[in-house]
Design a protein around this ligand. Sequence first.
Ligand SMILES: CCCCCCCCCCC/C=C/C(=O)SCCNC(=O)CCNC(=O)[C@H](O)C(C)(C)COP(=O)(O)OP(=O)(O)OC[C@H]1O[C@@H](n2cnc3c(N)ncnc32)[C@H](O)[C@@H]1OP(=O)(O)O
Ligand SMILES: Cc1cc2nc3c(=O)[nH]c(=O)nc-3n(C[C@H](O)[C@H](O)[C@H](O)COP(=O)(O)OP(=O)(O)OC[C@H]3O[C@@H](n4cnc5c(N)ncnc54)[C@H](O)[C@@H]3O)c2cc1C
Length: 625
Amino acid sequence: MLTKREELFGGTPDEYLSHKEKYENSTRKAVILFSLLRKIQEENNTDLTNYRNLLSGVLGASISQDGSPFGLHYIMFMPVFMSQADEEQQERWLHRALNCSIIGSYAQTELGHGTFIRGLETTATYDPSTQEFVLHSPTLTSYKWWPGGLGNTANYCIVIAQLYSKGECHGIHSFIVQVRDEDTHMPLPGIKVGEIGVKMGLNAVNNGFIGFENVRIPRTNMLMKHAKILEDGTYVKSKNSKLIYGAMVFVRVVIVFDSVNYLAKAITVATRYSAVRRQSQLKEGEPERQILDYVTQQDKILTAIAGCFAMKMNARMLWDTFNVINDQLHKGNMERLGELHALACCLKAISTSDSSLFTARCRVSCGGHGYMVSSTLPATSALTTASCTYEGDNTVLLLQTARFLLKTWRQIDTGPLTPTVEYLKTVSAPGFSYKWENSIEGIIRGFQIVSMKKISSCLNLMTAKVMSGMSQADAWNTISIQLVSAGESHCRAIVISTFHEDMSKAMRSMSASLAEVMGQLVELYAVYWTLERLGDLLEYTSISGADVVKLRSWYEELLRKIRPNAVGLVDAFDIIDELLQSTLGAYDGRVYERLMEEALKSPLNAEPVNQSFHKYLKPFMQGKL
Ligand SMILES: CCCCCCCCCCC/C=C/C(=O)SCCNC(=O)CCNC(=O)[C@H](O)C(C)(C)COP(=O)(O)OP(=O)(O)OC[C@H]1O[C@@H](n2cnc3c(N)ncnc32)[C@H](O)[C@@H]1OP(=O)(O)O
Ligand SMILES: Cc1cc2nc3c(=O)[nH]c(=O)nc-3n(C[C@H](O)[C@H](O)[C@H](O)COP(=O)(O)OP(=O)(O)OC[C@H]3O[C@@H](n4cnc5c(N)ncnc54)[C@H](O)[C@@H]3O)c2cc1C
């Protein structure tokens, strides 16, 4: 009788399963894991705060690098329900979703549209004679494409469609739609549903497509917490049309946590391997050195560790900010919605792009063995690059942040600013002066000045172009590279200052030795990004060549200081071997034995001579083909 652990983590490695077997195996594992989750849920309430911990606790430690067919049910279907369904609808469906007697997905993206959601083509036309909506996919490009779990798993999904009533289009709204029979799991009439095929990664997520041929759903299947359709077809608009976007903000907040989880796995593997792997002699005649002794290796890995700690603290700040503003939204105060959207956009973009960058570095820092699937670094790399796209393409999200920053800058003199942008007032105040200094505080100030000056420059450029006769849209597009850069600079200033402030607070309750190491991580992160963004700092601050020379020495000194604690820092993530699933990162360091153990599991090692020798090779080598 297999234990739960053996059931979850044993069996043929996923990499040797077919696409279909991989899905079936991940569904088997998901059922085990989510049965456990269901038990947890029975003991806890399901408000968003608890829900996020539940979500990141289980899904963030997902048992497969390929994701889970239940992921979207938890990541989007339920959060959207909690934020957009009215009380009657929650009463009808939420408990069934929570106990997984229905499995849901979230269908927004279409073959033809992902970013521009106002351009979505799926229609939901209200028929007052039957008090139903008619869901329809008018074109191939209107087919929903990507929804996780929709291929073969979900029997319900939330569909985002253009709402039509009394001949008028009211824009995109959310509808809950049953897609499969709850007993037979057969697609319901008028519904064409399937799986989109093999992807670069996340191949257990079961991403699907769905098309509707005049499918009728009751009026009460429109999620009506905000906007409504009355029985006679009268449209009652939402207090704020942007509230429909709320779920995307929530998921972006959660994705920042998730990007930390993925990066923590990758740097645990790369750091432990770099402590085990010995290669080359630093001095003639000496034994081969641990590759972690090479400063170039430290440059790749220790900065990733610092980045992981930095983003973890910023994820917590973002979550706290989300909760504060979400409470205000529930009370009808929309004042900080734009700020929350901008912050969630840039932190999702920066956390996922950093995670992708540093994970790729971890992969190459492990040489050939880092290219083995059994190291899990390729899968983590595929995961992190996907996160730069899903829940909003990073470029598009940074442009959203830039849009908010320009709006803020236009109003800079009309009153107080909201917390995440009030630095703009400080560094642009009359009489404010700043001379570069090589300190954490000096670096933070420098990044804030760069951000302010980029925003100001973008606005001046926009104004000049529009004054010269260019349309607002063309002017925006023309300078969009600089707009993205302004969004990134703003975010980097927030990340460094949050890391410094929150870590300084945390250090007060640490032992002196731990506080010293944590302080070194903050310095390493700040100095690393200073050296990475020297162009901006040279353009907008008084930093000098002499400062840069000292910064480089400071950086190298920090690498030297942190090196002895590298393994301890990643051990602190406490990721068990079963979740790490890596031949290179296992806690016992038996890298070579594990590489060989995994290799022998290859089906190609089942017999000494593969059948292709007799069928192909031998006739070929004998000139018979
Ligand atoms: C712990 C483990 C679990 C987590 C790990 C995740 C695992 C895998 C998850 C994968 C699941 C993936 C799901 C998806 O991908 S769902 C689909 C996501 N799609 C998107 O994000 C689409 C992105 N596009 C957009 O958001 C919009 O199209 C965009 C805003 C980019 C542009 O739209 P539009 O042109 O209409 O907007 P404008 O630029 O004109 O701005 C209009 C105003 O609306 C405001 N706005 C826009 N979005 C939001 C928002 N989300 N919240 C609040 N406000 C928003 C915007 O600021 C403008 O306001 P102003 O006019 O006042 O400036
Ligand atoms: C693994 C994965 C899981 C997903 N899961 C789901 C899901 O469950 N449900 C769901 O609904 N969707 C899902 N998606 C879809 C995802 O939300 C979209 O892929 C994403 O929103 C980007 O849209 P797109 O793919 O159409 O890219 P596009 O928007 O076509 O972007 C392509 C390029 O065009 C650029 N671009 C687009 N618009 C602009 C602009 N205005 N200004 C400047 N540049 C622009 C982008 O920067 C990008 O470089 C998933 C995607 C992935 C990869």
